[in-house]
Design a protein around this ligand. Structure first.
Ligand code: GLN
Length: 536
């Protein structure tokens, strides 16, 4: 068997240069050349996973089929590669230390002083090799979070250094992503920050094999030569990553720059065929040539930070392209929606998505928004908390259960139409204890959701503690709310919908996590279609 090859991606100069997109784009090209490729992310923070992080801190928490709460870059990996990731694809410093400390408590290092080197670095290295050892991949790309020179990145950089040495030349390479800033006053691109960043990497014993340079302007030949000379890389390994109008252009940009070819050469791997990007480019063509434009309101409480709803926004890109429609997402802060202003805020929109979320803030605005779109027949799509709020709105305004609520918001409500699951009541730890990951859901024949999926059984990812209270189900159904999807084992309601409405669906799960370029999520596709039909 051929040895698994490893590519390590580090970042320099500043954060937010888009390491995740570069890693995903390279992986896409290698995959399109027929290499089984995966990407993993190592994050230098001490949280065991990002599940306990407020979205304002770190953007969305992405959930995998196996129920891991992970960094949002894993969402990009899945959207680009159309291959599911898992817990093994995301490791944090917290998780590394936790497992080393647990081993220490079990006595596995008995007699030894447990230290960063070798114990933490050994743990990191073994996790870096884990997916490679599964036999499922030819190439493993590892993205190192943070910026070189950061204190907290040091154990990762040292682990990469050791692995490069252990795996040997031709089996593992490093790509360093840096910024080449443009100084408007001097009208010049500057290479010095890149030189310094490469030097910092070198101080840790790592020589960059490939430089990917983020830039707002084309890199001239001269500048590439200068970077090559001062940073000790071949000129062909100086790769320009110019600002793109969409992240989905980046694989083509990297193809033009030859990033995949340089990487394969350094890994002693054959080029094989030219990457087949037919479907990818067909998607891009549709995305860039829309026939319609719709305005969809995204009602949520984390709307100030776009990354909080990353997967939802990307799902609109995929489903918009599928409909040759430009989806203009209008962020609406749920906290400021009231009975008096709801018509003014939502009246002009072609559809409304009520977002997932936690806690009380802004929920009355969500309920009011749902009442408005239900009564005014504006397409509605509620996800997780959005579905729960739809049930509350229906209970209050159609069933007449005044002040019906979720026990998350009001533990003493008279009508707990959304409540906590029995097995969740005893849980006191917050991290990783929600209902997480993929669960089956049985769809009722003859319903809207069944016609959308065209399947009797589906599997979707979850991340929540609260559920529709089945004690109210009969009354809700009598009043016209259709429970069109249920968990076959637990009988928990996963989908609700309404008849006599152009489109009204609430789902307890998170369909946005499974939307990819190759497979736009069907509910998003049909929702966008309904908004086009509803266009004002
Ligand atoms: N807060 C709700 C719950 O825990 C909804 C969670 C969500 O929207 N992801 O059930």
């Amino acid at each position: 068997m051929n040895p698994v090859k490893y590519i390590f991606v580090t970042g320099g100069v500043t954060s937010s240069l888009g390491k995740g997109i570069i890693a995903a784009s390279l992986a896409k090209l290698l995959q399109a050349r027929g290499y089984r490729t995966t990407i993993q992310k190592f994050d230098p923070y001490i949280n065991v996973d990002p599940g306990t992080l407020n979205p304002y801190e770190h953007g969305e928490c992405f959930v995998t089929d196996d129920g891991a709460e992970t960094d949002l870059d894993l969402g990009h990996y899945e959207r680009f590669l159309n291959v599911p990731t898992s817990q093994a694809n995301n490791v944090t410093t917290g998780r590394v230390y936790l497992s080393v400390i647990e081993k220490e408590r079990r006595g596995e290092f008995l007699g030894k002083t447990v230290q960063v080197v070798p114990h933490i670095t050994n743990e990191i290295k073994s996790r870096m090799k884990l997916l490679g050892e599964s036999g499922d991949f030819d190439i493993v790309i590892t993205e190192i979070g943070g910026t070189v020179g950061d204190i907290e990145s040091l154990p990762y950089i040292e682990s990469v250094r050791q692995l490069l040495w252990e795996l040997g030349e031709g089996n593992a390479i490093t790509i360093h992503l840096t910024l080449v800033p443009y100084l408007a006053a001097a009208k010049e691109l500057k290479t010095k920050p890149t030189q310094h960043s490469v030097k910092t990497l070198m101080e840790s014993g790592i020589k960059a094999d490939i430089l990917v340079c983020r830039t707002e302007h084309e890199l001239s030949d001269e500048l590439r030569e200068k970077l090559a000379l001062f940073c000790n890389v071949k000129k062909e390994a100086v790769i320009q990553s110019i600002d793109a109008s969409t992240i989905y252009d980046v694989p083509n940009y990297m193809l033009q720059e030859g990033l995949d070819i340089v990487a394969l050469k350094k890994l002693n791997l054959p080029k094989r065929s030219k990457p087949d990007l037919t479907n990818w480019n067909a998607f891009l063509k549709k995305y860039k040539n829309p026939k319609h434009i719709v305005n969809i309101g995204l009602v949520g409480k984390y709307v100030e930070l776009q990354d909080s709803y990353k997967s939802i926004l990307e799902a609109f890109v995929h489903s918009g392209a599928a409909n040759q429609t430009k989806v203009n997402v209008v962020s609406i802060h749920s906290e400021y929606i009231t009975t008096d202003n709801v018509a003014e805020k939502l009246g002009g929109l072609d559809g409304i998505l009520v977002a997932p979320g936690f806690g009380e803030r802004g929920i009355e605005g969500k309920i009011e928004a749902i009442r408005y779109v239900r009564q005014n027949k504006i397409p509605f799509f509620g996800i997780c908390l959005g579905m729960q709020m739809a049930v509350i709105e229906y209970s209050r305004n159609v069933l007449g259960l005044k002040d019906a609520n979720s026990t998350e918001m009001n533990p003493n409500t008279k009508y707990p139409v959304i409540h906590i699951m029995e097995d969740q009541k005893k849980i006191t730890n917050k991290g990783g204890t929600m209902r997480l990951g993929a669960w089956d859901c049985e769809l009722k024949k003859g319903t809207l959701v069944h016609s959308i999926y065209n399947q009797d059984m589906i599997s979707e990812r979850h991340r929540h503690r609260f559920e529709l209270n089945n004690e109210y189900l009969k009354d809700l159904e009598k009043a016209g709310l259709i429970a069109s999807g249920t968990n076959p084992k637990t009988k928990l309601v996963e989908v609700v919908e309404l008849k006599d409405h152009p489109f009204f669906i609430g789902v307890q799960y998170h369909p946005e996590y499974k939307s990819t370029v190759a497979n736009p999520h069907p509910i998003f596709v049909e929702f966008v279609k309904a908004t086009v039909a509803n266009k004002k």
